[in-house]
Structure formats: structure tokens, C-alpha cells
Design a protein around this ligand. Structure first.
Ligand code: 5RP
Length: 228
């Protein structure tokens, strides 16, 4: 089965976690956009939910589909957050941010009562780190952060658009895609990165996922977090 079909299967399975009256975190990336489209169909058929988008792109799509939106700034708590991931390890730690939306994604996941991650089977790994870790950085601090990342054995590369211009996040920051090799201890790396001034957030999501739905061949495998 192709990655696209697996993404679709996982996105479809996530609909089971959405009930009438819920506030739903809407993730970013191709798998999440499949989920948002499926959710839009349910809303057209009468499902009453409100969405909290994790990116401008997801927000635009949700609006086009007639999904009512609300902002975290209004003080809502999402009942469930449905989002994709770039890698998922055996402890349900994640690398996210391939699509550059990690900051709002992490805030919405942190704020949500339940976090459901939807992925195709290629995203499951024994150890995180083959996918370069996205780190969102305040532009003012870029050289300082690059040096600090090199000091902890990382190789940072500033993310660029296809035309060579610097990639700008929804919060007007820059992204360093960082090669740390395979990450033996995600928690320690999380702490080291979080202590560097100028890093706004990074793509290691530890103890945030409650459930991972993995599209696998023709089925969807559900993996639950042991504890949070
Ligand atoms: C965006 C993300 C995405 O969830 C992640 O990149 C997975 O994307 P896709 O579903 O397209 O494989 O973290 O910042």
C-alpha cells in the first residue's frame, strides 16, 4: 500500500475520536490536511465541532470547508488534537516540524486533553534522528544558536525556500534543520535545546502523544502511550 493510502487510512480512523460539541486541534502537513478534508465532509453532514488550526495553511483549508474556527487566545481547551508526525519512536516520542509548523503544533498539543497522531508506516522508527530535527529560532539570534547547536554536536542548516529565500514560519521566525545523528536520549537533547536563548521551540515532542494511529498495509494499528 502506498504512503498516501496509509495516510488516508490513519486520517479516516482519527474521525472516531471526534464527537459532537468538541473543540478539535487541527494539525498541519499532508496527513493532517487529509483529516481536515474528511472532517469537513462530516461538518457538512451536520457534525458540530469547532477547530483550532495549528497553521495558517490548515486554517485556510478549514475555513474553505466551512469548519468553524476558534483561537487558543480565546481560552478554549481542545478536547482532542489530531496531527501528523515526521518520526515516531517506540516510546511515542516524535520529531515534528518537517512542514515548519512545529511551534503552534506543540502549543496546541500541550493544551489539548488528548493528542492523536496519524502517520503512515514509514514514520515508525527505533530511534529518532534520521529526520533532521527542526528548530525554530528568532532571526536576531541565528548565529548564536547555530554555534550553540554545534557545541552540542549538532549540524544546523538554515531552511530555505525553493527560490533560495529564507523560510519564514507563521510566527515570523526561521528554522534550523539539525542533524544530531540518531538520538539516544531525546529527553536530554530536549533539555539542552530548551536552555539555548533564541530557540523558540524545537520539533522533539516528548510525552505529548496519547495515541498513534499507523496506516499499515490495509489496516490501521493503534499504539497507546504507556503513561504521560
Ligand atoms: C508539520 C508537521 C507535520 O505533521 C509533519 O511534517 C508530517 O507531515 P506529513 O503528514 O506531510 O508527512 O510536523 O510541521
Amino acid at each position: 500500500m502506498s504512503s498516501d493510502s496509509e495516510k488516508h487510512a490513519a486520517a479516516e480512523a482519527a474521525l472516531a475520536y471526534v464527537e459532537d460539541g468538541m473543540v478539535v486541534g487541527l494539525g498541519s502537513g499532508s496527513t493532517s490536511l487529509i483529516f481536515v478534508k474528511l472532517l469537513g465532509e462530516r461538518v457538512k453532514s451536520g457534525l458540530k465541532i469547532t477547530g483550532v488550526p495549528t497553521s495558517e495553511e490548515t486554517g485556510r483549508l478549514a475555513e474553505e470547508l466551512g469548519i468553524p474556527l476558534v483561537s487558543l487566545q480565546d481560552g478554549v481547551q481542545p478536547d482532542v488534537d489530531i496531527d501528523g508526525s515526521d518520526e515516531v519512536d517506540v516510546n511515542l516520542s516524535l520529531i515534528k516540524g518537517g512542514g515548519g509548523k512545529l511551534l503552534r503544533e506543540k502549543i496546541v498539543a500541550f493544551a489539548s486533553k488528548k493528542v492523536v497522531i496519524i502517520v503512515d508506516s514509514k514514520k515508525l522508527v527505533d530511534k529518532l534522528g534520521a529526520f533532521k530535527l527542526p528548530v525554530e529560532v528568532v532571526p536576531f539570534s541565528i548565529a548564536v544558536v547555530e554555534n550553540a547547536i554545534k557545541d552540542i554536536e549538532g549540524k544546523p542548516v538554515l531552511r530555505k525556500e525553493k527560490d533560495g529565500s529564507i523560510y519564514i514560519t507563521d510566527e515570523n521566525n526561521w528554522i534550523l534543520d539539525c542533524d544530531f545523528g540518531l538520538i539516544d536520549d531525546p529527553k536530554t537533547l530536549d533539555e539542552k535545546l530548551s536552555s539555548i536563548p533564541g530557540i523558540v521551540e524545537h520539533g522533539l515532542f516528548i510525552n505529548l502523544a496519547d495515541i498513534v494511529l499507523v496506516g499499515e498495509n490495509r489496516t490501521v494499528r493503534k499504539i497507546e502511550a504507556r503513561s504521560k
